[in-house]
Design a binder for this molecule. Structure first.
Ligand SMILES: Nc1ncnc2c1ncn2[C@@H]1O[C@H](COP(=O)(O)OP(=O)(O)OP(=O)(O)O)[C@@H](O)[C@H]1O
Length: 359
């Protein structure tokens, strides 16, 4: 199912504009992640899909049909919903929690419970946990039950609002892997809300970066948003710990190209730089490096730069990547695509490791 936001605005009583003119399409069978700082309208956007929140203006369409044409209760039965801390009913057993939606959909008790047991297995929980109450499970197990419950109705759409935020990072990674594995089998249309850019990049086929005030800053693939942030807000939001994020583009030789912070010729530098910045022209082609501790209180020109080393074109023999890294003043070999545009960087250490492993 596709989900379309067409000029959607939400103004809460009191005047807060939580979402401002949101237009985007969530494609069928994909995971789209809404990401952004606290208060940017992620949850509000999500809830307008299942009518927990009604837009002040604009339309949300499910497979082309205005959600307002469906009764909220009917609509919600067809849309799985997972929230932070799982939101399980504390006085119902785990199995009954998962059976809730099938029961509401008129499945009959026995069939609903069979389905629930099947779903527990699907999310990797042992059957005996079904008889426990939610409080008798770990946080990670509770989240799995939340996912199982949302999957039980077999709805084509799944809304997930910070579902993994309350668990520790190791458990969270396990849950993320599990979700990706499930999705590869189920092919649902999933909208996932998080404030964590790493989670967004890991899970999303597409990432929608929202800014406070409820405006869409950028919508694209994770690689797009990381490599080509449209403005300073997106750049600083995705830029934390760049290069160490889990995202990697591993080529056939096993070389992982890492993101690099770039600066365009003609831009000004606010304050003093702390790291090597790769300067690019309007065509995103590398022009040289701006060294750390630079202060550029004028528009950046090539005379501010240290000349770059050789470039490595993706897919070329891997020796070229080593040359690029060794000849770079920043110690970072610049990887370019067929048009000479920056893709990312590699270090000499990485290339040596690959070469050593190849024997
Ligand atoms: N029911 C409400 N009434 C009034 N204002 C609200 C209501 N719900 C949310 N808001 C406001 O709308 C804005 C967006 O809130 P929303 O919960 O959608 O953001 P969010 O991006 O999901 O934030 P967080 O990551 O902190 O959960 C915030 O300023 C919030 O205070």
């Amino acid at each position: 199912m596709t989900i379309e936001f067409v000029g959607v605005t939400k103004r809460y009583p009191g005047g807060t504009v939580a979402v401002d003119g949101l237009s985007l399409t969530v494609e069928d069978g994909t995971i789209t992640v809404f990401v952004g700082p606290s208060g940017c309208g992620k949850t509000t956007s999500l809830r307008m899909i299942n009518r927990m929140v009604e837009p002040s203006a604009g339309t949300v369409l499910l497979d082309g049909k205005d959600v307002r044409e469906s009764e909220p209760s009917v609509l919600r039965r067809g849309i799985g919903y997972v929230i932070q801390s799982a939101g399980l009913f504390p006085h119902r057993t785990v199995l009954d929690n998962v059976a809730t939606v099938p029961l509401l959909s008129g499945w009959g008790k026995r069939k609903a419970r069979e389905r629930a047991a099947e779903m527990l297995a699907t999310v990797g929980l042992p059957a005996e946990l079904g008889d426990r109450y939610p409080a008798q499970l770990s946080g990670g197990q509770q989240q799995r039950v939340g996912v199982a419950r949302a999957l039980a109705a077999d709805s084509p759409v799944l809304l997930m609002d910070e579902p993994f935020s309350a668990v520790d990072p190791i458990v969270r990674e396990g849950l993320q892997d599990e979700l990706l594995r499930l999705q590869s089998q189920l092919g649902k249309t999933i909208v996932f809300v998080t404030h964590d850019i790493d989670e967004a990049v890991r899970l999303g086929d597409k990432v929608a970066v929202l800014r406070v005030g409820g405006r869409l800053a950028q919508y694209g693939t994770p690689a797009d948003v990381l490599r080509h942030p449209v403005d300073d807000f997106v750049a600083s939001f995705v830029g934390r710990d760049r290069g160490y994020r889990g995202l990697s583009f591993v080529d056939s030789d096993g070389v992982e190209t890492r993101p690099v912070t770039t600066i365009a010729l003609g831009e000004r530098v606010a304050g003093t730089t702390s790291d090597w910045l790769l300067a690019v022209n309007a065509g995103d082609q590398p022009r040289g490096w701006l060294p750390p501790k630079s202060t550029v209180d004028h528009e950046l020109t090539e005379s501010d730069l240290v000349a770059g080393g050789s470039l490595y074109q993706q897919g070329a023999p891997i020796r070229g990547a080593l040359d690029a890294a060794l000849s770079s003043p920043a110690g970072l070999g610049v990887v370019v695509d067929g048009e000479g545009r920056v893709v990312g960087v590699v270090t000499a250490r990485q290339i040596l490791d690959v070469l050593e492993n190849q024997g």
